[in-house]
Design a protein around this ligand. Structure first.
Ligand code: FAD
Length: 278
């Protein structure tokens, strides 16, 4: 599968060590071969800085591929966001993933933006149509949402503030995605909603992330993973099977493209994309 038949995109996080940098250079080369529509690079998660994000984005742009920094507004001021937008423009960036972000361990202050919708609105006020703005959304409901209905409403507000398209939190139940898209469309939020796909490579890592972000691991998947113990080959083979099925359901059901959370590794997503493209 490649951008020429069904659009795909990939997410990286900025490596914190020189070894991680070197490894990611190779991973980037591996994934360029799949001709993705763009790459996105996370920001802030795990204490990473916007400098690390920008560095990766620029390296990808220099290699001739489109790249989007993630940009969160937690703790930011209007002036700091304005300065950052200026820097993005100067770097030739045309696309970004605009997010609220999370307070580190729940501490700190929100700053001048309470929600991502306010960030999106501000970016549009300051820069007009310069950026393609992606926003996050949550088919299985954001963990802090007051209710599922309130979460859809919050998403609709982000879309009306000027988002161009959305990428979902990962999930393993395609019904949650299709329902979310239907509901958002009913409320007039008709931008493309791209499923975020998390490959299953390690069960402990998956359980840890899912607890933190509120993504549900269905009981049957959790039990099967637990039954493999330390047998990583079986975990990967099972993961590839399950996630390939999920991607096929999404593609056949009308998802506009797929965004892969690579975890800075190429093998699993390459296998997934090749399986789907055949
Ligand atoms: P919002 O859209 O602002 O929503 C946050 C919460 O507030 C939700 O519960 C929502 O229901 C509620 N809400 C929103 N508006 C209102 C309103 N007007 N009234 C009442 N409630 C409201 N985090 C990082 O730190 N770095 C990253 O790089 C990163 N990348 C991500 C990429 C994707 C595709 C996704 C889906 C998430 C990513 N995250 C990242 C995580 C994200 O920052 C967190 O999930 C965060 O808690 C919410 O961000 P948001 O932009 O979705 O916030």
């Amino acid at each position: 599968m490649s951008a020429s038949d069904f659009p795909i995109s990939f997410e990286f996080f900025p490596p914190k060590t020189p070894e991680g940098q070197t490894k990611l250079q190779q991973v980037r080369q591996d994934l360029y071969a799949l001709k993705p529509a763009f790459f996105s690079v996370t920001y802030g998660a795990g204490g990473t800085t916007q400098d690390g994000t920008l560095q990766q984005v620029q390296a990808i742009l220099n290699d001739g591929f489109d790249a989007a920094p993630h940009f969160s507004c937690i703790g930011a001021t209007r002036d700091s966001v304005r300065a950052q937008l200026h820097e993005f423009k100067a770097a030739g960036i045309r696309r970004m993933v605009a997010l609220r972000g999370d307070l580190p361990s729940g501490h700190g202050t929100f700053g001048e933006f309470r929600y991502a919708s306010e960030l999106v609105e501000f970016i549009r006020q300051e820069t007009g149509d310069h950026f393609h703005i992606e926003v996050g959304c949550y088919p299985e409901v954001h963990p802090q949402a007051k209710s599922p209905e309130a979460d859809v409403q919050a998403y609709v507000t982000k879309v009306k503030a000027g988002a161009s398209s959305a990428i979902t939190q990962y999930f393993y139940n395609s019904d949650a995605y299709f329902r979310f898209v239907d509901e958002a469309y009913k409320h007039g939020a008709d931008i493309p909603v791209v499923p975020g796909i998390m490959p299953i490579i390690s069960s402990t890592q998956l359980m840890r992330f899912s607890d933190a972000c509120g993504a549900e691991i269905p009981r049957w998947i959790r039990l099967r993973l637990q039954s493999f113990g330390d047998d990583t080959a079986s975990i990967k083979a099972f993961g590839l099977d399950v996630v390939t099925d999920l991607c096929e359901q999404l593609k056949n059901g009308g998802a506009p493209s797929l965004h892969f959370y690579t975890m800075n590794q190429s093998a699993a997503v390459t296998a997934l994309c090749k399986g789907l493209g055949s």
